[in-house]
Every structure is written in structure tokens, then in C-alpha cells.
Design a protein around this ligand. Structure first.
Ligand code: SAH
Ligand code: DHB
Ligand code: MG
Length: 225
């Protein structure tokens, strides 16, 4: 994102909460270090947000998860660890390099039988999933290019069913949702997505603001009617 003005206290508290409560396992910690070593941008969800995704998958009883934006597979693994036997997660990633690193991380976490990383522009992959007649997804995590956030929400409804849970990352973007001149590439897409969350006849949603190692941001949580 743009330059962080994060207060150090937020990061110290996040580190404390991660160590005291969240306690990511070795496989998850390895994902972050392989991503750094490979020069990937450090834009994965925080461990506390990853654990929230894991809990939401389990609380909702999701068996089929769709992710848009894989990176090194950090959020994929958090969610896949919450799936029951026979569960499946499909993750859409544009860059082959990211997808290959994510597949290796997923395999190292012992989740290769549950997780499929599909390479390509997500809009193409989503259309292919529909054409292939995939069963509806119970849970959708949107975390790719922000320009297409509203399109991804439409696809989440289309590939979902009543009761499908949707989480949209980066819903506050350091306040750029109120001042798009702060980021003219990404802010308009996020604003369109928030407006759609408020107006969509089949979506019921809220947004929670967050602070921590990834700065000031937030996530939207929605349910398909
Ligand atoms: N969900 C991940 C982070 C994803 S970062 C985690 O929390 O661990 C965003 C990812 O979306 C990047 O890997 C980027 O290459 C990918 N991406 C960007 N545009 C995309 C597109 N049009 N289709 C699919 N993936 C895209
Ligand atoms: C960026 C992307 C993300 O998905 C995120 O959570 C943080 C930052 C980025 O593109 O800068
Ligand atoms: Mg994100």
C-alpha cells in the first residue's frame, strides 16, 4: 500500500497477540519466510486475520472454499486447515511464480489433496469454474487486484448459494475509501465494492476496521441471501 504511518504500539500488540493467542504452526511460519526469500511482496494477511479466516471456515461449516489472490499460500493454508476431510479449496492466482511457491507451501503443509491453485486472471478462472459446473462454494475470500473487487463480489454470489460467507480484504485501505486521490488505482475499485455490498439485493454485510503490521485497513464480511 502507500507509505505506512503505523504507530509502533499496534505492531507490538499484534506480535504479542500472535505469540500469545494465535500461535501459527511451523508450516504457516515457513510460508512467510519462503515468500520473503523469493522476494514476494509482504502483503499476506496478518496471522490474527488468518486465524479469523480459519475460524470462520470452521464456524460456517464450509466444505468448499474459493480464494481470489493466492500469493504464497498463507491465507490458503489458514483456510484449508479449517476444512473437514474431503473439503476443497480453489485459489486463483495471476502469476505463475506465486502459484508455484504457493503449491510448494501447500504441499509442505500436507494440504496438497485439498488445495488447487489455478493460474490466470481471476475473471477468466471464475468463468471457467462456472463453465466446468463446479458445485457452489460455501466460503469466498477476495484478496487480489482491488480494481476488480466489485466484479469478484458478483462472481462470489454467482458461484455461491444462500448462506455463502464472503470475506473481502483491504476494505478500508488507509482511509482512501474517503479520499480516492490517495490511490487512484485501487481506491475506486474498493469504493465500488463497498457500494455494492450496501446495495446488492442478495448481500448482507459489515466492515471491520483493523490496525497492525499491515497498517490501517479493514475487511468486509458478507452473507449471500
Ligand atoms: N491472499 C494472500 C495474499 C494475496 S496478495 C494471503 O493473504 O496470503 C494478492 C495476489 O493477487 C498476488 O499474488 C497477485 O499476483 C494476485 N493477483 C493480482 N491480480 C490478479 C488477477 N487479476 N487475478 C488473479 N490474481 C491476481
Ligand atoms: C496490498 C495488497 C493486499 O491484498 C494487502 O492486504 C495489502 C497490500 C498491496 O497491493 O499493496
Ligand atoms: Mg489483502
Amino acid at each position: 500500500m502507500f507509505e505506512h504511518k503505523t504507530q509502533p504500539g499496534w505492531v507490538a500488540v499484534e506480535d504479542f497477540l500472535t505469540a500469545t493467542v494465535v500461535q501459527p504452526d511451523d508450516a504457516l511460519q515457513q510460508v512467510v519466510s519462503t515468500a520473503v526469500d523469493a522476494g514476494l511482496p509482504p502483503i499476506e494477511v496478518t496471522p490474527n486475520a488468518g486465524k479469523l479466516l480459519n475460524l470462520l471456515v470452521r464456524i460456517s461449516g464450509a466444505r468448499r472454499v474459493l480464494e481470489i489472490g493466492t500469493l504464497a499460500g498463507f491465507s490458503s493454508i489458514w483456510m484449508a486447515q479449517g476444512l473437514p476431510d474431503g473439503g476443497r479449496l480453489v485459489s486463483c492466482e495471476y502469476l505463475t511464480k506465486h502459484a508455484e511457491i504457493a503449491r510448494a507451501n501447500v504441499a509442505a503443509a500436507g494440504l496438497a489433496d485439498k488445495v488447487e491453485v489455478r493460474v490466470g486472471a481471476a475473471l477468466d478462472t471464475l468463468a471457467a469454474l462456472e463453465a466446468e459446473g463446479e458445485e457452489p462454494f460455501d466460503f469466498v475470500f477476495i484478496d487480489a487486484d482491488k480494481e476488480h473487487d466489485a466484479d469478484y463480489l458478483d462472481w462470489a454470489v454467482r458461484l455461491g448459494k444462500p448462506g455463502t460467507v464472503i470475506v473481502l480484504d483491504n476494505a478500508v485501505w488507509e482511509g482512501a475509501v474517503l479520499d480516492p486521490s490517495l490511490d487512484e488505482v485501487n481506491a475506486p475499485g474498493i469504493i465500488s465494492a463497498l457500494e455494492l455490498l450496501g446495495n446488492h439485493p442478495r448481500l448482507d454485510a459489515t466492515v471491520i476496521q483493523t490496525v497492525g503490521s499491515k497498517g490501517w485497513d479493514g475487511f468486509a464480511l458478507a452473507r449471500v441471501q
